[in-house]
Ligand binder design. Structure first.
Ligand SMILES: Nc1ncnc2c1ncn2[C@@H]1O[C@H](COP(=O)(O)OP(=O)(O)OP(=O)(O)O)[C@@H](O)[C@H]1O
Ligand SMILES: [Zn+2]
Length: 747
């Protein structure tokens, strides 16, 4: 039913059109499946200068014409090209081809290729725009234009020559790119449209306009590059927060090593003020850490021996000895960056639709331009110069750039600003689904509640006393990792009860625990299942109901076929749970709580939070319930991602909540790194804001095109207005998308 991240990241590998096809898929998968004869080898290059969507399409198309290549993946977010070679084409030939297209390629992965999907080392920032070749051309074009106007003040005829020179000089690199791309199999590019338009304008004597058009085009190119970089840098800055070096302990001495060289099990020293070089566990020392790179919140968190620390966090107070638990590429922050980049390359359904539209749009407008240029003079005796001029202006309107970037630009901004605030979303498709959610289902324990229940009442029955009851319960619970078990063990310890040994201990998921203690068969668990094993008399049932009505979870201890007593526990709702439910309601989104706890307890907690509660659900019931809800509503499921993975998978969007657990990041469509329920409405609002942004972008892009299409044909606007409309639309769309980067300042 819903598509997971990897399937959304596998768009068809088509190419063509002016602007592009953001497509990339996960390197690991392709390399794993590409093991056919003669066992192709995987290669990855960083490609510099690939900053416009059209580049992706051009590179893809050019590569697809070479023999012996498969699994081509061009990633705009990562600025990489990955592919498999079987020997018919060499890596050197690939680099040469990329060079001819005007890009600088440097090899990253080895042919073994296991690391091709990992976060590749990259420069932290990019050079300022004026030092790039596009920036220099734009500057030159501007200067030449100024000089030409200066000459015009002195002599009008000389000025025409100056404008012509200015156009030729500034258009030459554009024409060269157009020819290169055409030679590589992509003739219809914006560069080609520009070249033809400028050449035509010069021929019909519109020299001043030709110069202005080239200048505006170059400015547009520069702005596009700057904006693309801005969208990328948000997430790249995160990777740059991991220090380059670490102080590793070797035989009692410290040595400075590159952070990349750290291996699992190494011990590093993190001094106060340093950033943690790798994910690990504190062996020694107490300090507070600023984990804002991972969580987006610069609130210091106190940590001590046994606590996990994450690469990139700042150690504020005291030196820590940390045992490394992940290699550089596996650090949480590296995985976050990798995930966001991957997400940015994965196209949303709307983006696919727009791409398909754009493939028709350009040839259509070009055909229209030709018709406008030749039909009126031939058929109606129109003036050749006038109609050729209009046709040339139409060519410039044929660029669907603004339209094509309208979706990915908004998605890239949304995804990276979300990630910087601890909300990880796996791609535009998920954003699109999130925006349409009308119901949120929450798991109870650990999601709406804190997940750390505490024992509130211990009621021994029959001949048992409190100590004996706790001893029996704690004995079987020792074999459980359930939060209820931890609470019972804690209470036993607190009362100085030493639990006896238990044998044959079994967990009955969603029901309780079973085992043998002192020769007695003991069950600890839900009253409904306890009733199958022992007679619960009327007064016991009444106590159970009363405790449950107060929002407590009651566990019955059955020993040797007799009820030995009740233990009541209470798990407090999260401080922001009620608020989150209210915010969802204000968004018109309903909430449901799914719980394995008994219906009465679930209802009591649900009432307190203002959410509909469904209790008594076994783990499998939750997945079924989500499946049923999903048939009627657009449902998001929020859980911890560990034992409710099946339910998360069945929802339209599965959201895992809770600090950086491995499972959560990989199984869900989105992960909330804070233990904060309010992030759920925030995420929905971001998704809706993003889709609104997308709609604005499409409206601006299409609106300007249609407007200028009409004004051009009727002759109200000319060449330079046409290019201004194109560049202007691209810039407007990009700027509008960048507004999403500021979403969290108001959230
Ligand atoms: N280790 C255990 N000890 C005692 N009772 C247990 C244990 N495991 C499960 N139970 C009983 O089964 C019920 C359901 O457990 P389950 O793990 O499915 O839900 P939960 O995770 O506690 O709650 P929720 O589904 O609301 O998140 C518990 O309320 C409890 O009565
Ligand atoms: Zn374009």
């Amino acid at each position: 039913m819903h598509t997971g991240f990897h399937s959304t990241a596998h768009p068809p590998a088509e190419a063509g059109g002016c602007c592009g096809h953001h497509h990339a898929y996960d390197g690991h998968h392709d390399h794993a499946t590409a093991a056919a004869e003669p066992s192709p080898a995987a290669f990855t290059w960083r490609v510099e200068g690939m900053d416009c969507a059209s580049c992706v399409a051009t590179i893809d198309k050019a590569l697809s014409r070479l023999p012996g290549i498969s699994g081509v993946s061009v990633s705009l977010a990562r600025e990489t090209v990955s592919l498999d070679l079987n020997g018919d084409t060499t890596a050197g030939e690939i680099e040469a081809l990329l060079g001819r297209l005007g890009y600088r390629a440097s090899r990253l992965g080895s042919p073994a290729g296991s690391g091709a999907g990992a976060v590749a080392p990259r420069p932290a920032g990019s050079p300022p725009w004026w030092t790039t070749s596009k920036g220099r051309i734009a500057t030159a074009a501007g200067l030449l234009l100024v000089v030409a106007y200066g000459i015009g003040l002195l002599d009008a005829r000389l000025a025409d020559a100056a404008f012509a020179v200015a156009s030729l000089v500034a258009a030459a690199p554009v024409a060269l790119t157009a020819l290169r791309k055409a030679a590589a199999g992509a003739p219809m590019t914006i560069e080609m449209l520009m070249t033809v338009a400028v050449a035509g304008a010069l021929v019909i004597g519109a020299v001043e306009e030709a110069a202005i058009v080239v200048f505006l085009f170059c400015i547009g190119e520069v702005l596009e590059g700057v904006a693309a970089e801005k969208a990328r840098s948000g997430i790249r800055a995160l990777a740059a927060l991991v220090p380059q070096t670490a102080r590793r302990e070797v035989g009692g001495r410290l040595e400075e090593v590159p952070a990349e060289a750290l291996a699992v099990g190494d011990v590093v020293l993190v001094r106060p003020g340093d950033r943690v070089p790798a994910d690990g566990v504190i062996l020694e020392g107490h300090s507070s850490l600023d984990e804002s790179p991972i969580t987006g919140e610069s609130v210091p968190v106190a940590k001590g021996p046994g606590d996990k620390v994450f690469a990139g966090a700042v150690n504020a107070e005291a030196a820590l000895r940390v045992s490394v638990e992940a290699a550089a590429a596996d650090n949480l922050i590296a995985r976050i960056v990798h995930l966001v980049e991957e997400a940015q390359d994965a196209r949303a359904p709307t983006a696919r639709f727009i791409d398909a539209f754009a493939r028709w749009y350009m040839p259509l407008v070009v055909a229209l331009a030709v018709a406008v240029a030749v039909a009126p003079p031939l058929l109606a005796g129109g003036d050749w110069t006038t109609w050729i001029y209009r046709g040339l202006a139409l060519l410039l309107i044929g660029c669907p750039c603004a339209l094509v970037i309208s979706v990915p630009a908004a998605m890239a901004s949304a995804l990276s600003s979300a990630a910087r605030n601890g909300l990880l979303v796996k791609g535009g498709a998920v954003i699109e689904r999130l925006a349409g959610i009308d119901t949120v289902a929450f798991d109870k324990t650990g999601t709406l509640t804190v997940g750390r229940p505490a024992v509130t009442d211990v009621l021994p029955l029959g001949t048992h006393d409190t100590a004996r009851l706790l001893a029996l319960a704690a004995a079987v619970e020792r074999g459980s990792s359930h939060p209820l078990a931890a609470a019972i063990a804690a209470r036993a310890a607190q009362q100085g009860v030493e639990p006896p040994a238990a044998s044959d201990v079994r967990a009955l998921p969603g029901k309780g625990m079973e085992g043998t203690v002192d020769g007695l068969s003991v069950f600890v668990g839900a009253p409904s299942f306890a009733a199958e094993r022992a007679q619960l008399d009327e007064s016991v049932r009444a106590s159970v109901e009363a405790l449950e009505g107060a929002g407590k979870t009651v566990v019955v201890v059955v020993a040797g076929g007799e009820a030995a007593g009740l233990v009541a526990l209470r798990d407090e709702p999260r401080a922001d749970a009620g608020e989150a439910v209210a915010e969802l309601a204000a968004l018109g989104v309903g909430s449901v709580m799914l719980s394995g706890d008994n219906p009465r307890t679930a209802a009591a907690i649900g009432n307190a939070l203002g959410v509909e509660a469904r209790g008594g659900m076994l783990p499998a019931d939750k997945a079924v319930a989500i499946g049923e809800l999903a048939a009627r509503r657009r449902i998001a499921m929020v859980g911890d991602g560990i034992n409710d993975a099946p339910a998360l998978a069945r929802a339209h969007v599965g959201i895992a909540m809770g600090g950086g657990s491995d499972v959560a990041l990989e199984t869900a469509d989105a992960a909330l790194l804070h233990d904060r329920v309010r992030d759920v409405p925030v995420l929905l609002r971001l998704a809706r804001a993003t889709m609104a942004n997308v709609r604005q972008n499409i409206a601006v892009a299409l609106g300007l095109k249609v407007l200028f299409l009409v004004t051009t044909v009727v002759g109200a606007t000319g060449l330079w207005m046409a290019i201004l409309a194109d560049t202007g639309a691209t810039v407007l769309v990009t700027l509008n998308a960048l507004r999403l980067l500021a979403f969290f300042r108001h959230a």
